[in-house]
Ligand binder design. Structure first.
Ligand code: PLP
Length: 399
């Protein structure tokens, strides 16, 4: 029987130097060698268990990477300084001058800007497509395509990618399917559905305390070794390295991810249903009429639910702004970007996290200026929270 991802993490335990219940933190940027030959061998990648320099590997980073690889069901993982550090390293490892990427058009604004504005300077072209339409994805593939890129649940429109379907296309055309799973940790396991590389921004749900940025790349041991290569590895050479102290604290927070995800999902599902009942335009993959509800059901590890992210349309940017300020005043949550915190966070993506996407393209993909993205918190009594939000919706005239 296959272990569910939370049980798999629970079975990962590394003791500390003095029998500590958490692994010891390696507070060093460089490591000694008893013999010069071992140092040379380590440089050449021929020694297991030796550390060279903290940009390459550290024991703390390896512990966190191993736990996350176990969670995603991949052979290995490499942690990075941020989610963008993971995304840019993977894409630059897999694509070079003359290559082409097919990407979902609804992705995090930073990733969109990287593909649209930055990688063309290096001779890499990207076609942006509606990832939910496999025929359009296939039509965009050219003989130069190397990578299919998407988010399992997209930021901010909450479109859901059919990972199985995309992986069949990736295999047919010999492409790498790279999936950013930041919005759906534990709920969906993309590698088990055929993704070649799975990325997370650890900044969000996985760390869960909005106190650090971090990222991870999960894949085959061969790919992770390539990323770490001292000669041509993007992680080693671009230098987006996680600090050991951070790796250690994220690993401790990972231990409660399953409990947090269940509560985020429970609260978000409750609010989404209430908003919808009241006639507010609501997007949540757990609502039965969400266009990808069935695909989500097919892919999900059901006990973790549909995640903590939902959107509502307040009708205009003006109304969205007044509503968010009011909700913050009434302590529903914070008017802030990012997600996965204990407290509810909300922002208007059109003018914040997705502002890198030109206005006409935002409109084409259905990103209205009145859209508010919520990352629902861990509130103990979500009915009480709903009543406060309802009073704000009335005051602003959304209800
Ligand atoms: N991927 C998604 C889906 C995101 O929402 C974000 C940030 O908001 C990132 C990646 C980038 O992560 P980081 O901010 O850790 O670099």
């Amino acid at each position: 029987m296959k272990l569910n991802p939370a049980d798999a993490i629970q079975d990962v335990q590394n003791f500390g130097e003095f029998g500590g219940v958490n692994p010891s933190i390696s507070d060093s940027s460089t490591y000694t060698f008893m013999s010069a030959k071992t140092m040379v061998d380590t440089f050449e990648g021929n020694t297991d268990g030796c550390h060279l320099y903290a940009r390459h590997t550290t024991p703390s980073n390896l512990y966190l990477g191993a736990a996350l690889a176990t969670m995603e069901g991949t052979e290995a993982a490499n942690v990075s300084a941020s989610g963008m550090g993971a995304i840019t390293s993977v894409l630059l490892q897999l694509a070079g001058a003359g290559d082409h990427i097919v990407s979902s058009r609804t992705i995090y604004g930073g990733t969109y800007a990287f593909l649209k504005n930055f990688t063309p300077r290096l001779g890499i072209k990207t076609s942006f497509v509606d990832i939910t339409k496999l025929d359009l994805v296939e039509a965009a593939i050219t003989q130069n395509t190397k990578v299919l890129y998407c988010e399992t649940v997209s930021n901010p429109l909450l479109e859901v990618a059919d990972i199985n379907g995309l992986s069949l296309l990736a295999k047919k055309y010999n492409l790498q399917l790279v999936v950013d799973n930041t919005f759906s940790p534990l709920s969906i396991s993309p590698a088990k559905l055929g993704a070649d590389v799975v990325i997370h921004s650890l900044t969000k749900f996985i760390n869960g305390s909005s106190d650090t940025v971090g990222g991870v790349i999960c894949g085959t041991q061969e790919f992770i070794n390539e990323l770490r290569s001292v000669n041509d590895g993007a992680c080693m050479l671009l230098g987006a390295t996680m600090d050991s102290l951070r790796a250690s604290s994220i690993l401790k927070n990972l231990r409660t991810l399953h409990i947090r995800m269940k509560q985020h999902s429970k609260n978000a599902a409750f609010l989404a249903e209430k908003f919808h009942e009241k006639g507010v335009k609501t997007v949540y993959p757990g609502l039965p009429f969400h266009p990808s509800h069935k695909i989500f059901n097919k892919m999900m590890n059901a006990e973790f639910g549909y995640g903590g992210m939902l959107t509502i349309d307040a009708g205009s940017l003006e109304k969205a702004t007044i509503l968010m300020e009011l909700m913050q005043k009434k302590n529903v949550g914070y008017l802030a970007v990012s997600l996965g915190f204990y407290k509810t966070l909300f922002s208007a993506p059109g003018s914040s996290t997705s502002s890198e996407i030109p206005e006409d393209e935002q409109q084409q993909m259905g990103l209205n200026s009145g859209l508010i993205r919520f990352s629902i918190g861990l509130d103990n009594d979500i009915e009480r929270t709903y009543k406060i939000i309802e009073s704000c919706l009335f005051e602003v005239g959304v209800l």
